[in-house]
Ligand binder design. Sequence first.
Ligand code: PDD
Length: 305
Amino acid sequence: MNTSAGQPAQALVHVNGQLLPRAEATISVFDRGFLFADSVYEVIPVYQGAAFRLRQHLARLDRSLGELAIPNPHSNDEWSELIRELAEANGGGDLSIYLQVTRGAPEWREHWRDAPTQCTVVAFTGGLHPQPASLAEHGVRTILRNDPRWRRCDIKATALLPNVLARREAAAADAFEAIFVRDGYVTEGAAANVFIVSDGLVSTPPLDNTLLPGVTRDAVLDFLRQTGRECIQRPVSRETLLEADEVWLTSSTREILPVTWIDDHPVGAGRPGPVWADAQPGFSNWVREQTGWLPLTDPAQMDRP
Ligand code: PDD
């Protein structure tokens, strides 16, 4: 499947309060986000001009910043306005917002110095990835790898080198995603959470410091609950993963993807399964019904607390 996010040439980029053409959107070479990956980020889907679960994305951003002791530079309403303006300036419609906050750019490079810096805020738009018709036929291929990452994967930090290298390995194997296993148990994908279906029962690894609390993961749990399907959060061993009838990947830009191969093991019959085929279209509609901006005047439009 096509994995590139199309970016219009005339895209406008937010840099520290200004909307700039992409060629002029620059930050200092001394920025700690660049030098140390001392920064956090969010990717927020926007459907027809309104964001999905903005409140949850902003809560996760605030938590990530707090864990790095970077003061949050904006209130939720300010973030909402910034994101809304950026989406509009880039043509609205269906898109994703990438936003990053770094600890800023001090005068020289030093691992730590107790001097406050003005944080850097960068945001730009990217694509969402509509599911191609071929997905229902073929699903996506994955590889399984030991998870080499640090033990604070609950923070949405931009230090993603292990994820990047795992994706590189996946691409070399003609696969889309790498699924990580730590101490024999599934954590998540390089850029997605993992669900499995065994004997009709959906499960996903419980949240802890080894995986990101995905906003889509949470939304899928809510959606399944609302549609009366049981889903449990429990540790998923490598063996349980390989024996599952279905395996799914969830993320903000891709909704629910069916996995059909893990290395050279077919998942179930090597085709997307019936629980995914049933859940994904309903989930897709449900997501589009629950979008909005903060502050919200109409509580009916409010994304869930
Ligand atoms: N990544 N786990 C990891 C490591 C991720 O990078 C992502 C998303 C997820 C899913 O989280 P959410 O449902 O909140 O998108 C899980 C984004 C899309 C990215 O890095 O581009």
